[in-house]
Design a protein around this ligand. Structure first.
Ligand code: NI
Length: 390
């Protein structure tokens, strides 16, 4: 049996696992039950695995011949959303729901594990199965890497189900496809005083307002018009009373961009603008910058390989161009370290009422796509390992 046929053999298993995970969602970094069930399933298949990154699971399938190592990744966490779907597999946990489809990813990777385990005699090299916790809080991938998940790994592959892409299609694309998402906090210090005598005070609120405005010159004047960057201040707190000059202002915001270079430069640019703008008003500013998620940049060769793998398990027509998205994905952490690509599995099907966007309380998927996901994980791994030169 080839991988496509094997994926059909395990299609019902994957749907059953997805429904089980869907009914029992767990929030980021607390995926205890999910991890336990994944480990149980892998053990049933005879695949060795260990716990990693708190509530993650790392399984290993060794082929019959020496070769390279590929890591397949599925994230497994759910979101704090109350499910509005009225389905038999509805979330049994109030206020928590698999509204981003990570239940599907976990099930698809279990399906792939079953397939790869069955054909391991034909595989040259090693497959690491990375069931990653905490994607939604941008902690899981970093923890997996810290604990050695990528050690000895030559290539990485991941997928995400998408409620706004049509079922029957899988989207791939080389280069920057998803944005970075970092956060910052700027604290402005002035000297308080009476609203009638601003000359005796240093107005932190005024300085902060100017900083909010000047930060916008990063997008318009500091970064090339060919690069996309967003600097958004979402929160600004200052002042206590109408006739008191504020002695402090605190703002918080987020940045997004699509290149490692721009991302590297942002903290320095923002620090300069914040400090010098504050100085213009005799105030002082301090920037705290938190690197959360890198941009997702797909390797070209890996993307070409994925296209061929999709053709084998589905058809040429199933391949569509991956749209560029301003959302972020912590799969990017792996891509910063090793080559690979991230694909999007379309799950929108009007007839099945699965056209809601990810994170919507009515999010659901066309489950007929799940075995395609399993097949693609397995086919990509087999194609990479069997083509790779040692
Ligand atoms: Ni997600």
């Amino acid at each position: 049996m080839n991988i496509q046929e094997l994926s059909k053999k395990y299609a019902q298993y994957v749907v059953d696992m997805r429904r089980e995970f869907h009914m029992n969602p767990e929030i980021s970094m607390h995926e205890e039950r999910t991890a336990r069930r994944i480990a149980e399933e892998l053990k049933k298949m005879g695949i060795p695995c260990k716990s990693i990154a708190g509530t993650g699971v790392l399984g290993i399938i060794k082929g019959n011949h020496e070769g390279k190592t590929i890591a397949l990744r599925a994230d497994i966490d759910a979101l704090e959303i109350t499910e509005k779907n009225d389905v038999e597999y509805k979330s049994q946990t109030d206020g928590v729901m698999h509204a981003c489809g990570h239940d599907c990813h976990a099930a698809m990777l279990l399906g792939a594990a079953a397939i790869l385990n069955e054909i391991k005699d034909e595989i040259k090299g090693t497959v690491k199965l990375m069931f990653q916790p905490g994607e939604e809080v941008a902690q899981g991938a970093k923890k997996m890497i810290e604990e050695g998940a990528l050690d000895g790994v030559d290539e990485v592959f991941g997928m995400h189900v998408m409620g706004h892409l049509p079922a029957g299609k899988i989207a791939i694309g080389e280069g920057a496809r998803m944005a970075s998402a970092d956060s910052f906090k700027i604290t402005v210090k002035g000297i308080g005083g009476h609203g009638s005598m601003p000359n005796l005070a240093v107005d932190a609120l005024l300085a902060a307002s100017a900083i909010v405005m000047n930060l916008q010159s990063i997008a318009s004047r500091e970064v090339s018009p060919m690069d996309t960057v967003v600097v958004s201040v979402g929160k600004l707190i200052s002042g206590t009373r109408f006739n008191i000059i504020a002695d402090e202002a605190v703002m918080e915001g987020t940045t997004r961009c699509f290149s490692y270079e721009v991302r590297d430069k942002l903290p320095e640019m923002m620090k300069r603008i914040a400090e010098s703008t504050a100085a213009t008003y005799r105030a002082k500013a301090e920037l705290e910058y938190n690197l959360l998620t890198a941009p997702t940049i797909n390797n070209k060769e890996s993307t070409v390989r994925a296209e061929k793998s999709i053709e084998k398990i589905m058809s040429r027509d199933a391949v569509i161009e991956m749209p560029k998205m301003a959302g972020a994905e912590d799969f990017s952490e792996y891509l910063e370290k090793v080559p690979g690509t991230f694909a999007l599995v379309g799950t929108a099907n009007e007839a099945k009422n699965t056209c809601y966007a990810n994170h919507h309380p009515n999010f659901d998927v066309d489950e007929d796509m799940l075995h395609c996901g399993s097949a693609l994980y397995a086919q990509y791994a087999a194609d990479y390992l069997n083509e790779a030169e040692n």
